[in-house]
Write a protein that binds this ligand. Structure first.
Ligand SMILES: Cc1cc2nc3c(=O)[nH]c(=O)nc-3n(C[C@H](O)[C@H](O)[C@H](O)COP(=O)(O)OP(=O)(O)OC[C@H]3O[C@@H](n4cnc5c(N)ncnc54)[C@H](O)[C@@H]3O)c2cc1C
Length: 587
């Protein structure tokens, strides 16, 4: 109820502000269409005229499948040249649902069929047979419209390994210029940061003593404080930066699509579900889709670009006849190319969520659980655009090594000043507690995505195989013990009398610890690698992101990563799309 009132109140405020701003603009008659002056004008909120369907073009040079993080970048960059006619196809709707744009709104957009595909993973024996919800964005902006807004590029070494695997042009030095090109860094330009790009990156508008305490405690045990994780070497602990502008989400749709959506050479079709790509003599020539219950086919003169994400892209390749021939034959799909790697090599970050009770220091549980607290949080957001409503999925970040033999960090902490039994699915605890999560960011367990039907409207099977390697179980135990050391053994935390609420300090044996913690573990939503780039038999695309064995088809999204980056995956995906667009334009 309180969220509903807050929602109405916020919507009203945005509406009045927008209208006042519009009246002001009409008065000054400078440029009625200059939406940049409206602080929320660059979002989809209350603007139901966004992305009108036009019937101007029937003939396209490039068709982009999926308007997610990568698809929006491609639509923007490829349509910069007015001679290129572009079609962008998205299965989800417009991004006009207000909770998309309010940062903390991911609690409303995740698990919500309006904006989420609402996948579920197959049960994993190694995770106590749990099947977990597996959100993926289904709206303009894709997963960048429902994600946790955390801006992390990964480590220099991640990309140098991609290069070492034989992928020319993908070392850290090669990709850094594309991170800068994409970026509009609030702190200003530097060797490692860009300004003027479409993706706004800002400091968080919240600071809390419990987070500062964690930072101090981490420093005590040798994890230094840092204030920039995006210079290639990220060992340390500090506040995350987020993809926000003025306290509002900067999704790929907000940053890349909204400013250019009226270009005459760009058509955006929403609620249009791609069935398959069609080939003539192994050349991709058209895309078949469903819209408004009707099936139709659209031709591409130059290239088709698959940007449907790490679940959608292998699914569409498989329904189109590119995949493991044996499996596709069983589903009576005509084989275009036997490509054994399609859907394989699925990698993700699994997050363990220990909970610590504390005294003599505030966490946000109490405030968020009380009516007055909620109202104050709402007011702070409306009047100052700061506070908990601007929060990304986590506030404090840390990178550390699970043991000293590692060359670079292989653990990431996401510290949250709240605690709950089920993220996004249950109330916050009614006691003061916080959640210093830990994840192995270089996992060795691999899963796969497989279709079970030639109809792409039926969800594919997502098998993660989390924790299926001994190495991953060892690193998980070491990570949980490192968190214990920071919270329970540091001088900093002594005054807060910390108590391990979950998994429970009585569990000391490594294997038992991992088993107990895996009951509450969940994805950090970073699936990658299912159409991996490379030259070996199991690679799906080349280092130019062209699908092996066919013509005029590229995959450009998170699925092409050969190895998962050691951090959050939105910024790397946007970088991949910036570089992919450059390759297409310079072809
Ligand atoms: C809940 C959540 C939280 C996350 N938090 C963070 C974070 O804080 N920081 C971070 O860096 N990363 C985060 N991520 C991950 C990050 O957002 C993704 O790695 C990134 O957005 C992937 O981009 P993509 O272009 O590969 O896929 P997506 O952005 O998922 O885009 C794929 C698009 O294709 C469309 N599509 C799929 N199939 C079809 C079809 N058949 N027909 C038509 N369209 C189709 C989808 O609807 C979607 O819009 C999070 C992800 C989620 C889901």
């Amino acid at each position: 109820m309180i969220f509903f009132i807050l929602y109405i109140f916020l919507s009203l405020c945005f509406f009045i502000k927008e209208k006042l701003s519009q009246i002001n603009k009409i008065k000054t008659t400078t440029n009625i269409l200059n939406v940049n002056l409206i602080s929320v004008g660059n979002t989809g909120i209350l603007n139901f005229c966004h992305y009108k369907r036009s019937n101007l073009m029937e003939n396209f040079d490039y068709i982009i499948i999926g308007a997610g993080s990568a698809g929006c970048v491609l639509a923007n960059r490829l349509s910069e040249n007015p001679n290129n006619k572009i079609l962008l196809i998205e299965a989800g709707g417009k991004d006009s649902y207000p909770w998309i744009h309010i940062p903390v709104g991911y609690y409303k957009t995740m698990h919500n069929p309006k904006t989420d595909w609402c996948y579920k993973t197959e049960p994993d024996k190694t995770m106590e047979n749990r099947s977990i919800p597996y959100p993926r964005g289904k709206t303009l902006g894709g997963s960048s419209s429902i994600n946790g807004l955390l801006y992390i590029r990964g480590q220099e070494q991640d990309y140098d390994i991609w290069r070492q695997l034989g992928n020319k042009g993908w070392s850290w030095n090669d990709v850094l210029p594309y991170f800068l090109k994409a970026e509009n860094q609030e702190r200003g330009p530097s060797e490692f940061h860009g300004i003027g790009g479409p993706l706004s990156v800002s400091d968080q508008r919240i600071k809390l003593s419990i987070l500062d305490a964690f930072m101090n405690a981490a420093e005590e045990i040798g994890i230094p404080k840092v204030n920039d994780f995006n210079r290639g070497n990220n060992h340390g602990c500090g506040y995350f930066q987020v993809t926000e502008k003025n306290g509002l989400r900067c999704s790929a749709a907000v940053g890349y699509l909204n400013p250019i959506k009226n270009r005459k050479n760009l058509e955006i079709k929403t609620r249009c579900h791609v069935e398959k790509i069609n080939f003539e003599n192994k050349k991709a020539v058209s895309v078949s889709c469903w819209k408004d219950g009707q099936s139709f086919t659209i031709k591409a003169n130059k290239e088709i670009i698959l940007s449907a994400g790490s679940i959608g892209s292998p699914q569409i390749l498989q329904t189109s006849g590119i995949g493991e021939a044996k499996k596709l034959n069983n589903l009576e799909i005509d084989i275009v190319k036997n490509s054994i790697g399609v859907g394989k090599n699925l990698q993700d970050h699994l997050m363990f969520r220990p909970v610590y009770k504390v005294k003599n220091i505030q966490t946000l549980n109490k405030k968020i659980n009380s009516l007055i607290g909620k109202l104050m949080i709402g007011m702070e957001y409306v009047f100052f655009r700061s506070g908990p409503m601007t929060m990304g999925a986590s506030q404090l970040c840390g990178f550390a090594k699970s043991d000293s033999s590692r060359e670079t960090p292989n653990l990431q902490f996401h510290v949250q000043p709240i605690s709950t039994d089920k993220l996004g699915g249950s109330n916050l605890h009614n006691f003061a507690a916080f959640t210093p999560t830990v994840a192995n960011i270089r996992p060795t367990s691999k899963g796969e995505v497989n279709i079970t039907s030639k109809d792409s409207r039926i969800n594919p099977k997502i098998k993660m195989n989390y924790l299926s390697s001994d190495e991953d179980r060892r690193v998980a135990a070491a990570g949980l013990k490192l968190i214990r050391k920071i919270v329970l053994e540091s001088n900093e935390f002594k005054k807060y009398e910390p108590e391990e609420f979950r998994p429970g300090i009585s569990i000391q044996n490594d294997e038992e610890l991992v088993r107990a913690a895996s009951n509450y573990a969940q994805t950090i939503f970073h699936p990658v690698g299912t159409c991996k780039m490379g030259n070996d038999e199991s690679s799906v695309v080349s280092d130019e992101l062209k699908v092996h064995g066919v013509k005029n088809l590229r995959v450009i999204d998170a699925s092409v990563m050969p190895n998962i980056t050691s951090g959050n995956t939105n910024a790397p995906t946007i970088m991949i799309a910036e570089k992919g667009a450059d390759m297409i334009l310079n072809n």
